[in-house]
Design a protein. Structure first.
Lengths: 362, 362
DNA sequence: CGGAATTGCTGAATCGATCCACCAATCATA
DNA sequence: TATGATTGGTGGATCGATTCAGCAATTCCG
């Protein structure tokens, strides 16, 4: 009977295409009810609820009492419709479960909350198609702003789409080439350089970079940093072994296995994340190779890095701070905060945290 | 000039009490514009967008083309206001950054998404006051349902408040005593029993339970399980040493230090989370105590458990599956899915994953 | 004391989408 | 060719909160 192809984008399951399943809400206590109960007009009740307008203290209290008594709940949707303003922020990340993004979200959310915004957090699973779907959906929810960690392999048009939507936005941790956009992320070139330099200073002749997806820009940047350090140390270019994968522990295990199978180990290893390092060490142990036979540096300095055996030397990127900075940048883009810095693109210098795994007496 | 005390709950920063800072949205293309452009009425345009009503294929396509051309974005807020339905779900957790909740959120979000719902994820930081604030705020956003991991120390009234709000809901992983409520969580008594039994079978005489906050019900349940196993093994009650803390690695380190200072180690250790176990092993290593001098079992079986040295024997609670189950339960509470099971309270049997740390030949 | 300013409050239009009640045209059928 | 059914489409009221314009009543002040 009903025609099948609804056009509204965000509804229905992506898989089945069946119509969105919505749920009935319960009957509401509205401002009108409150006003009637308190014996004032809707206007006055509204003034009380927003704190605007001229209302006597007496009336204010009476209305507040009515609200409490009736169990009134403010309807932001309706208010938003009328005022054309919104206080929700769309937050798009690739993966909520990763420790790095987890900590980043904590910082971001906290900063936004403090300014009165609520974060709509959604994960893309690093899939550009799903990411696009999600961003449209968020726009349908009348978000005031957007904070995005772009899925790797995001098309350039993503930038145009977002720019065209005129929603204030900030990109995080993964930089997309194209028009310059507000961006907050770690300085990955510097991070790679820092790690490589440290290993080279301690006599490493060959460096392997393990894990991380090939398409991810942060990985390429770090490798650039590594190569520049190798160059400065007057070592040959192919002193750098490149083993892509992804950012998980399993990937590190896998990379380790492949490295072991390929012949003698490099004497220096840089891992795309601390989790990758954990996996790499597991591979060594599975093969009875002592863990101190390589100097290793992890990345991100997640909570567990200091507890592992060996304790992990790592490049700290301070994800929570990064999230805070992104939050602040978005707030200025929204116009609620005075611009702190004038820079559109803000990169944070990473920090080498020396512990045991690099073998220089931690 | 303006009166200071606005009554609307969710606005403004909790700290400063200053009025909410909202942002202006850009001008909209509305259905009216689309209708005018396509030469039809608003009603027809609406029918096209929802897929309802009787509209000829020709008109349908013309309207869809206009929508694309004008860059129309569906306004869920307005639709929600009119229909009194919503497709957002409020999700309240204590901590996004923990691996356990991270994985749980992945499952929950995925299940809800597949049914056409968008998850509003917010973290309470395990603070009941903030939790209450957050739940009100979510209600102001006209959520269709609520999934909550209650902050530890949540007052009983939380249940009443939520029940009174008549929003379909589900509680997760932490059970609150009081009126029975829809709940999905691991069977913690069984988990504790399982761990203790395994250790006792391998000859342990004293068991320590490390980490986890004292007030958390799951911790008490697990200890009950441990004690029941101890009882079955005809061991003395004070064969169980109780070292509360929290669920982090630092807490495990701390608990380890305290245990080492207190005298000879127990021969069996159960940790409130795998992270706690990581910290405990760090304490051992810092003091030069061999890691195989205790049999240890962790909890949750997070991703890193199989990579650590020693590989962690752990009680797997399958957080992602738990999230999925919670999602499904909420969907039936919302009436979009046929009830699968009739049970209000659904506990999932945990699973002992034997690896190296319990010392029985992993 | 009289005009001006201020205080306290209200009526009514409005935001964007929905959907009931209706209408006009077309088609089927006896 | 009536009668009824079906198809394709429209008008207008409505959801809940906001806010401008306006109106009494009170206060201010030369």
């Amino acid at each position: 009977m009903t025609d099948t192809n609804a056009v509204r984008s965000g509804t229905g399951t992506p898989e089945t295409g069946c119509p969105a399943t919505l749920n009935f809400m319960t009957e509401h206590v509205t401002l009108k009810d409150v006003a009637a109960h308190a014996g004032v007009s809707r206007t006055t009740a509204s003034y009380v609820v927003t704190g605007e307008g001229r209302v006597s203290q007496k009336t204010r209290e009476r209305v507040a009492a009515s609200m409490k008594e009736l169990g009134y709940v403010y309807n932001r949707g309706a208010a938003s419709l009328r005022t054309q303003r919104s206080s929700t922020i769309g937050v798009v990340v690739t993966n909520i479960a990763s420790p790095f993004f987890g900590e980043l979200l904590v910082g971001l959310e906290d900063e936004l909350r403090a300014a009165g915004f609520l974060s709509l957090i959604v994960a893309t699973g690093d899939d550009p198609a799903r990411q696009e779907q999600i961003i449209t959906e968020l726009r349908e929810h009348q978000i005031a702003g957007l904070a995005v960690v772009p899925a790797s392999g995001s098309p350039k048009e993503l930038l145009d789409t977002i720019a065209a939507s005129r929603v204030p936005h900030v990109f995080m941790t993964r930089y997309l080439e194209g028009e310059p956009v507000p961006y907050v992320g770690p300085d990955d070139v510097e991070g790679g350089r820092l790690a490589a330099q440290h290993l080279l200073e301690h006599g490493c002749q060959t460096l392997a970079y393990l894990g991380g997806r090939d398409v991810v820009l942060s990985r390429r940047d770090r490798l650039d940093g590594v190569r520049s350090a190798v160059h400065s140390a007057r070592l040959d270019k192919d002193a750098v072994i490149d083993v892509p994968g992804d950012a998980t522990g399993e990937s590190g295990l896998d990379a380790g296995e492949r490295l072991l199978a390929a012949g003698p180990l490099p004497d220096g290893v840089i891992c795309h994340s601390d989790s990758v390092a954990f996996g790499f060490y597991r591979a060594l142990r599975n093969h009875g190779v002592p863990t101190d036979s390589v100097r290793l540096i992890g990345y991100d300095d997640i909570r567990g890095a200091a507890l592992f055996e060996p304790t992990l030397t790592s490049i700290a990127t301070h994800p929570e701070e990064l999230g805070r900075a992104a939050g602040r940048k978005l707030l200025t883009a929204l116009g609620v905060t005075e611009p702190a810095g004038t820079e559109l693109i803000e990169t944070f210098a990473p920090e080498l945290v020396v512990r045991g795994s690099c073998g220089c007496g931690g």
